[in-house]
Design a protein around this ligand. Structure first.
Ligand code: PGA
Length: 263
């Protein structure tokens, strides 16, 4: 796991967008796994800028989102479908059939979950998966206690998640109580994973998942089992890391470290 501490949210957003843009340049038909929430917003704005000002081409890109609230239609302002179209998709040249999100209002959610997994496989798997992290250590809606082998499925939301996400709704009572989410096992199959975290509310969960034991109680800790994970954190989110000096030394001596691949 490569842990990179970045001074502030703006720079973190620029670095995140640059990694996604590099992936698209490398493979114009990349399959991206995308996330919602406050954390990726800055990166999405930067990707829109790269599209407008530098011609970043999304025409062949395929996207799979991590999750969607159960019971919300794609047009509901609190839905993740709405979030993605408003914050990125409608501002770039992505082809609508290439956009995949779980649907919160399907008649048979379980069959839909299997279909979603099959679509990811049909597109050859996810090249780069972007993740945020919950204050309870979740990735996507894999709440504490989720199996680390889980696949796309229905999940009941944790009380803390409902509280954290109430800001996107008029009232906490309106936050749906369950969601369709990619599983931890689904996420671990992405070829490369980029997790981003910002702010002091994430400091404890970041220390837990990066430096604590692998545990179903902190589902992000499963990323320790993946061979290609980059974690970008701002100073506030990194505040509780014990090995901060080590991560910063590597960041500041990159050219030396790269001369000694065993380092
Ligand atoms: P946030 O959500 O980016 O809005 O903090 C992250 C998450 O819950 O995964």
């Amino acid at each position: 796991m490569e842990v990179i501490i970045i001074p502030d949210y703006q720079e973190l957003s620029r670095r995140t967008a640059r990694m996604i843009a590099d992936q698209i340049h490398l493979k114009p038909g990349s399959v991206l796994g995308l996330a919602t929430g406050s954390t990726p917003l800055g990166a999405y704005q930067e990707l829109v800028r790269l599209h407008r000002e530098e011609g970043l081409d999304f025409s062949k890109v395929v996207t799979f989102n991590l999750d969607e609230y159960l019971g919300l239609s794609p047009r509901h302002p609190g839905s993740y479908n709405h979030f993605m179209w408003e914050n990125i998709f409608k501002h770039v040249n992505i082809s609508p059939p290439n956009v995949y999100l779980p649907e919160g209002t399907v008649d048979d959610p379980e069959a839909h979950c299997s279909w979603y997994e099959a679509q990811i496989a049909k597109h050859g798997g996810i090249d780069l998966q972007l993740l945020g992290i919950g204050s309870n250590g979740h990735i996507a809606f894999n709440e504490p206690g989720s199996s680390l082998a889980s696949r796309t499925r229905l999940k009941t939301l944790d009380q803390r998640t409902i509280k954290d996400n109430a800001r996107f709704f008029d009232d906490a009572e309106e936050v749906p109580r369950s969601a369709i989410t990619m599983g931890v096992g689904t996420i671990l199959e992405a070829r490369r994973i980029l997790l981003i975290a910002s702010g002091e509310a994430k400091a404890a969960s970041c220390a837990d998942f990066i430096e604590g034991p692998v545990s179903t109680l902190v589902t992000a800790s499963a990323l320790q089992l993946h061979a290609d994970v980059v974690v970008l954190l701002d100073e506030e989110a990194a505040a509780k890391l014990e090995r901060k000096e080590y991560y910063n030394w590597i960041r500041d001596h990159k050219s030396e470290v790269q001369k000694h691949p065993g380092a």
